[in-house]
Every structure is written in C-alpha cells, then in structure tokens.
Design a protein around this ligand. Structure first.
Ligand code: SF4
Length: 435
C-alpha cells in the first residue's frame, strides 16, 4: 500500500455503508409492518388414501389434543416475546392441519383464546381455518366467528360419492353441501373449497360436473389442484399393484382447461396456479403472504416460519414437538439463512406463481431491476412461451401455468451458495420422524 493510500485511509471516517445510494420511495423504505401466523393442528379422524402428511389419526384423540394444546400455548407465549414479533399486528392468521375442526368446542375455544389474547390484529385481518365437512358444526362456527374468524377453507375434494370413497374421504357430497350451507348461514361467506382433479377413473365430463357442483355452493374461492400420488400412500400401493388407472397427461390438460373455462364463465379470476377467486372478493391473503415475500411465524409440528431472511421448520414429530415446546417454548429443527441473492431467487420462484408479477415491486424491494439479476432466465422464459411481458408486469402464459414448478427450478441456487442451519449435506432437513 502506498503512503498516499494510507493517508487516505486515515483521513476517511466511515459513516455508513454502502456508499452508493439511489432515490427510493417510502414504500421501499420499510419492511412489512404486519406479519402472518400459521398454526398447525396435526390430527385427523382417519387417513385419506392420498395423504402422506404427518398427522395423528384416530376416533378419540382428545387427551392427546389437550396435551398438544399445552405445548402450542407455550410456543405461542415464547414467540410473541421475540423482538421481530412483539408489537407487530397480524394481518393474516391461518389455522391449518391436519383437521383443526376436529378439536372439541372447548379445545377450539382454548386455541382461539390463546391466539387472540397473544397478538394484535389489523382491522381487516384475514383469519382462516381449515374444516372438514364431517367435523364442522354450528357451535364451532359460532366460536370461530366470535373470535374474529372470517374465512373458512373446506376440504370437499369432490362431489361424487364414489370418488370420495375411492380416495378415502370420511364424508359424502351431501355432507359437504350441508357444511357449506351451515357456513353461509353462520354469516361466513368467505369460503374456500378444495377440489381435486385427475382422480382415478375420472373423466373430463366428471370434472366439469364437479366444478359446476362446487360453484353451485357459492364459494368465494376454489383451490383446484391435481392429485399427486406420493410414495407409501394407499393410492400409491394400488398404483404399484396395477389396480389403479389415472387419467393421462393429455386428459389432465383437458380437465384443467375445461375447469378454467367454467371458472371464467362464472366470474372467477385465475390468480395463482391452482387458485380461483370470485371477482368481487379479495384474493386469499395467506397465499399472497407466502408467494409475495410476506413474513410469518409458524407454530406447531412441521410449521414453517419465514422471518428476517430465515426460513425455519419445526420438528415434524408430534411427540418431539410436545416435548420441546413444553420444555423451552421452541421446536425449530432445521432452517436456512438466505443471502440477499437467495431471497431474490425465492421472490422469483414463488412470485411468478401469482398473476401478475410486478417487476417494480422487485426493484423497490431489492434496489435493483429484475432484468439486471435474472435477465438470461427471463429471456429463456419469454422465448419458451412460458411468460409474457406487459409493461412492468410479468404474466404466466397458459403453458407457463402448467409448467410452473419447472419455471421455479430455473431460479434454484447452487446448494453451496446457501448457509444452512441443521441441514444434511444433501440439503434435506435433518428431522426426527416417528411414524
Ligand atoms: S384431511 Fe388432510 S391431513 Fe388429514 S388425512 Fe386427509 S389429506 Fe391428510
């Protein structure tokens, strides 16, 4: 180093870094003041034939649920004291599972009381819970509504009793209709209905009928997604034995197109790969939170938290969760600290699932244009006919919607770019699993 350089170093006083700054509007100056909460309730009456989730299944789980709620209360108590959470109002709450509506009324009240007394809420907080038609009741709906609940997600899956039996659901189409009627009667009109297609033996005509039946129940939102057969499920075993025939790729495509047409005719907007919303109703904020870089805390086994550029996951094991949450109020088992570049990749991967993707939001968030960072990837997507540009917006084409998972993979980072916490060398979470 020369003497002049040394003199300069001594003379300069570093007041901030980086030295180069550019104009920024207030929207980009502060990170999100609100946050979301996800609470995972891992109990189900019985296991659906396509399900691989880690849930406890049984007729009478109430003692275990009580023990579980003790642990969850303790985790919530700890969470709300954390610096990143304290004083930050919730604008999204999602109680999912499993089947949270399986909780007895007194248990549901206990959970809702714990949540409502532990956090502040924005006036327009979207407060959702998942329900199964078989465990939904007027009494539970009333408790939910009184606690501020305003959105239901009901797992209907199909309006065909034979199909429901085939996939191991514990309700009939008539029970699903009755559940929707009760929800409307309770004044809860913001209802999502889950519907699966590409089911064994299903035809395009069946799918059309199923979508029409669903819309006849007047849901505000429909999540319409294909059946994925995962290893070691009942349907997977039957597929291995050649006992099951699934519609092929062409038929699957026809099914999706047919459904899109019916949603469109009935005034539903297709805003996210598998999600359709009635045009007069706001989009699902919980979906937006996840795909548009919102921050949230997840409580319960296998719950994910995304906060401060950290993606963490609680232990999958219910037994381990109860032990750890009771002992020290935390059950994090794995996670990843994302570099800014990894966060940008995450923004692209998830953000492109939403229609449209606003490149100006990206610029506000990261202080750099999306083309400067992902120019080659975007050129490939446009040339491949998977996305198109409309001014500053990026939109998936119909083909892009079908291939959205592959699009996401274009933005994967190399595993070595990532600082990991509790991940194995293959990047998989090291988690205990007790089956
Ligand atoms: S209700 Fe959901 S979580 Fe429970 S067994 Fe069925 S698919 Fe799995």
């Amino acid at each position: 180093m020369t003497e002049t350089e040394l003199e300069e170093i001594e003379r300069d006083y570093v007041r901030w870094y980086p030295a180069r700054i550019a104009a920024m509007d207030p929207a980009g100056a502060w990170s999100r003041p609100t946050m979301g909460l996800y609470a995972h309730i891992p109990f189900c009456a019985h296991r659906c034939h396509f399900c691989k989730y880690k849930v406890k299944v049984g007729d009478d789980l109430h003692d275990e649920m009580d023990e579980f709620l003790d642990a969850m209360e303790n985790e919530i108590r700890t969470v709300r004291q954390r610096g990143q959470v304290a004083g930050r109002p919730l604008d999204v709450v999602f109680i999912g599972g499993g089947t949270p509506s399986l909780l007895a009324p007194r248990q549901l009240r206990r959970l809702l009381d714990r949540i409502t007394s532990s956090f502040e809420f924005t006036d327009d907080c979207e407060f959702s819970m998942e329900w199964s038609p078989a465990s939904l009741s007027g009494e539970k709906l009333k408790l939910f509504r009184e606690a501020g609940g305003n959105r239901l997600s009901i797992g209907v899956q199909s309006f065909n009793d034979d199909v429901l039996k085939e996939i191991g659901r514990d309700h009939t189409a008539a029970e699903a209709r009755e559940a929707l009627r009760l929800a409307h009667e309770a004044g809860l009109d913001n209802i999502n209905l889950d519907l699966i297609y590409r089911l064994p033996g299903q035809s395009v005509a069946d799918v059309r009928r199923s979508v029409r039946d669903a819309l006849a129940c007047d849901p505000a939102h429909v999540s319409f997604y294909p059946l994925w057969i995962r290893e070691n499920t009942v349907l997977w075993s039957r597929l291995q034995k050649g006992e099951l025939e699934l519609p092929g790729e062409d038929i699957e495509r026809e099914m999706f197109d047919a459904a899109c047409e019916i949603f469109e005719e009935n005034g539903y907007e297709h805003y996210n790969v598998f999600d359709f919303v009635r045009r007069s109703t706001p989009r699902c904020r919980y979906t937006e939170l996840q795909w548009e870089d919102g921050e949230w805390v997840g409580v319960g086994p296998s719950a994910v938290t995304y906060m401060d550029g950290r993606h963490t996951i609680n232990t999958y094991s219910i037994g381990d969760y109860v032990k750890r949450a009771n002992a020290d109020g935390a059950a994090t088992a794995a996670g990843s600290v994302l570099s800014v570049h990894a966060r940008m990749r995450r923004t692209m991967m998830f953000g492109l699932r939403m229609d449209p993707f606003d490149t100006e939001r990206f610029r506000r968030q990261y202080g750099v244009g999306v083309d400067a960072v992902f120019g080659p990837e975007l050129v490939r997507l446009v040339e491949g006919g998977l996305i198109r540009r409309e001014g500053t917006l990026l939109r998936l084409t119909a083909e892009g919607v079908r291939k959205v998972n592959n699009i996401g993979k274009l933005f994967y980072e190399a595993p070595d770019d990532r600082q990991t916490l509790g991940l194995s060398r293959r990047g998989l979470p090291i988690l205990e699993v007790d089956r």
